[in-house]
Design a binder for this molecule. Structure first.
Ligand code: NAP
Length: 249
């Protein structure tokens, strides 16, 4: 069992998939979880399920592509919660296409949702965390940000940007015992990948590049993210952990 000393966590994209699994796993360890998603329905359902299972959770609908909305939400949260000790930047979208066919809107949407959101949340939630001299920040990047992926220039750039942000903030916050790490999933079975996973031809092609020859589960990411948020992970910072069945060896 991992140690969490009465901690509170904010998880973005907690309405579905990986973020939901991270919120549920942290809650099972006694962490109070603030579940953020775009729609009130999805974060509301995650929080309700956690509370029904005996955990502590709050739902908050925030469009993370909107910096002003993040500022407003953070201000209200920091009045309600004395400290937010753990931040998991997980919300993300894809708008795939080869570069010559990629619109500027698709580029901007992916950068705003996947990368700029991390800048805003970390700046707002990270400040009181550094003052409290304890914190954990986990950024959910992607194998696409580590090795690149044709058709995902916007997404790979955003995810690689998260890695640079992780390493820089690990250095900036280290003196305050706030660790910053990244987890880079490969192909995980969620709504984001249904299209590929349910297509036998596409999934066979993807699995050629996965040494473990299967897709991952949200729990594979949640287990590592939860460990990185625990007391026990206090000597790990600035790292990127690939959880991808061996894709990016
Ligand atoms: P998912 O099932 O599509 O869920 C995405 C979550 O992000 C949803 O809860 C969604 O909110 C939220 N979200 C999206 N845009 C948002 C916005 N503008 N504001 C607030 N919330 C927003 O995705 P997933 O597969 O769990 O992916 C989670 C993270 O892992 C992403 O960053 C993704 O890039 C990364 N990742 C996934 C895979 C994979 O194979 N699945 C691989 C590598 C990396 P709603 O529920 O309200 O729509």
């Amino acid at each position: 069992m991992l140690t969490f000393k009465n901690r509170t966590a904010l998880i973005t994209g907690a309405g579905r998939g990986i973020g939901k699994a991270i919120a549920e796993t942290l809650a099972k360890h006694g962490v109070t979880v603030i579940c953020v998603s775009k729609s009130a329905e999805s974060c509301g359902a995650t929080a309700a399920a956690i509370v029904a299972a005996g955990g502590k959770a709050k739902a908050l609908a925030v469009d993370v592509a909107d910096g002003a909305a993040i500022a407003q939400a953070s201000e209200a949260l920091l009045k309600e919660f004395p400290t937010i000790d753990i931040l998991v930047n997980n919300a993300g979208i894809t708008r795939d296409g080869l570069l010559f066919r990629m619109s500027e809107a698709d580029w901007n949407d992916v950068i705003a949702t996947n990368l700029t959101s991390c800048f805003h949340w970390t700046k707002l939630i990270g400040r009181p965390m550094t003052r409290a001299r304890w914190g954990r920040i986990v950024n959910i990047t992607s194998v696409s940000g580590v090795i690149g992926n044709a058709g995902q220039a916007n997404y790979s750039a955003a995810k690689a940007g998260m890695i640079g942000l992780t390493k820089t903030l690990a250095r900036e916050f280290a003196g305050r015992s706030v660790t910053v790490n990244a987890v880079a999933p490969g192909f995980i079975k969620t709504d984001m990948t249904t299209e590929f996973v349910n297509n036998p031809e596409a999934s066979a092609k993807i699995l050629e590049a996965v040494p473990l020859k299967r897709f991952g589960e949200s729990a594979d990411i949640a287990n590592l993210a939860t460990y990185l948020c625990s007391e026990e992970a206090g000597y790990i910072t600035g790292q990127v952990f690939n959880v991808d069945g061996g894709m990016a060896m």
